[in-house]
Write a protein that binds this ligand. Structure first.
Ligand code: NAP
Ligand code: HSE
Length: 433
């Protein structure tokens, strides 16, 4: 088994999430066991971390990791600009591939970093830098490559979406909700980057470079944040049928004479009709709509920040790089190929558990709902709701929604209900999620 030894710089929200994934015994692909954490660099060696950790793993000198020849790959999840850039470039120059979650560095120094990696024949991967746990960078680099991207628009900052959702749904206070986002590990070290839109601008800059192939002047992105939005704006927008979201947009316009592709890129708080798919994106979730030819429109959606989701993206990048080292040893890339690695079987249909919807047409006679409820109760089928609709002289419709229950017990209940003298027919049965 080829192992990759990694050095992690930073052990905060994201770094500790990476450690948890790589040291957990959760049932996951065996390739994860091929990644070994060699060293972790932190700022404060004496900080209480609430995680059981071998003290020998820690150092307060990130450059020790770069200079250690036994370490194959550096993971930069420290954040910040100058030191992080230095660590990334020095790692690449020492022949080590780098995985980073640092959008601020990639958005500003991407060109120099990508060129250095190519020159040194190593990789720089940054899936976690944009939209935390949602795969966006790899799809743009690979799966969507056969398309011409027309437009990307989305919610790409978790902190601000969390704040706006809480202000909308709970009339929550802006400052208190920002503090909560910091406690939950969503916000940047300096949350000004989130609330003033700079974090989203970094991300749309990175996405635009990948989608359209040209260098983006990061400072030219027109950027506005949410710090001036108040509950009145949200209330009025809602009355008019809109949600307020912090949007980032990037779209191509017609090529002009000097053959440079004109791009319309901005970040700003925006009104979205409630019927629009982005309006339903709540809390720390992010979503990006991509319009492309010939594909059409797709939406990528999921958690945009937080320890576990972001760490999962970082670990996927680590595995992608690890897979290339396996290939060098003349074997096939285990992430591009597929090998069965355990036995699976489908459980008997009577043992399946699911939520159910049942519409029963019966006589509108006293006690019928009670009888139906009793049958479900006697069979240990828990009911979420039971209502009578459309009662008329000769019939009533009863709709039952169960909790997630054993299908065998549900089917037995159904048979018993069907045999009640008051029941005319079970008109429909559907699954619920
Ligand atoms: P964090 O919780 O503040 O953790 C930063 C870590 O870096 C801490 O462990 C800190 O050490 C360490 N550190 C700081 N200065 C250092 C130095 N000079 N030498 C060695 N270690 C140093 O940050 P985070 O939320 O994990 O974010 C890390 C990166 O991931 C940032 O670039 C961020 O933008 C990005 N990101 C974060 C999220 C998220 O949801 N949080 C999502 C996507 C991307 P101590 O522990 O000793 O203080
Ligand atoms: N602060 C960022 C956010 C972290 O809230 O989206 C994920 O990039």
């Amino acid at each position: 088994m080829t192992k990759s030894r990694i050095g992690i710089v930073g052990f905060g929200t994201v770094g500790s999430g990476i450690y948890k994934i790589l040291s957990s015994e959760v049932d996951s692909h065996p390739i994860l066991k091929e990644i070994e954490i060699a060293k972790i660099a932190v700022k404060d060696l004496y900080k209480k971390r609430g995680i059981e950790l071998d003290d020998n793993l820690l150092t307060d000198d990130p450059f020790k990791l770069i200079n250690d020849p036994s370490i194959d790959l550096i993971v930069e999840v420290m954040g910040g600009l100058d030191l992080a850039k230095d660590i990334i470039l020095k790692s690449l120059k020492s022949g080590k591939s780098v995985v980073t979650a640092n959008k601020a560095v990639i958005a500003r120094y991407g060109e120099e970093i990508y060129e250095t990696a190519t020159k040194e024949g190593v990789y720089i991967l940054s899936e976690a830098a944009v939209c935390g746990g949602i795969p966006i960078i790899e799809p743009l680099k690979r799966s969507l490559k056969s398309n011409s991207i027309r437009k990307m628009v989305g919610i790409i900052n978790g902190t601000t979406n969390f704040i706006l959702s809480k202000m909308t749904n709970e009339k929550a206070d802006y400052n208190q909700t920002l503090k909560l986002a910091q406690t939950l590990g969503y916000a940047e070290f300096d949350p000004t980057a989130d609330v003033e839109g700079h974090d989203a601008a970094d991300k749309i800059s990175i996405l635009s470079e990948l989608a359209f192939g040209g260098k983006i002047k990061r400072d030219k992105i027109n950027t506005e944040g949410i710090s001036k939005i108040n509950l009145k704006d949200i209330e009025y927008a809602n009355k008019l049928g809109f949600e307020i979201k912090l949007l980032a947009l990037s779209e191509r316009r017609k090529v002009n004479s000097n053959n440079s592709l004109p791009l319309n890129i901005w970040v700003g708080p925006s009104l979205i009709p409630k019927s629009h798919p982005l309006a339903a994106v709540e809390g720390v979730n992010n979503a990006l709509l991509i319009e492309a030819d010939p594909l059409g429109e797709i939406m990528l959606y999921g958690p945009g920040a937080g320890s576990g989701p972001t760490a999962a993206s970082v670990v996927s990048d680590i595995l992608n790089i690890h897979a290339t080292s396996i290939k060098k040893n003349n074997s096939i890339d285990p992430l591009l190929s597929f090998d069965f690695w355990r036995n699976c079987h489908i459980i008997e249909s009577s043992q399946i558990t699911k939520k159910n919807y049942l519409r029963i047409i019966c006589l509108d006679s006293p006690g019928v709902i009670g009888k139906i409820g009793d049958i479900f109760g006697n069979n240990n089928v828990s009911i979420e709701s039971i209502v009578q609709l459309d009662a008329s002289a000769d019939k009533a419709e009863i709709v039952v929604i169960t909790h997630e229950v054993n299908t065998g017990k549900f089917e037995k209940s159904k048979k018993e209900i069907n045999s009640l003298k008051e029941v005319k027919i079970i008109a429909s049965q559907l699954s619920c999620i």
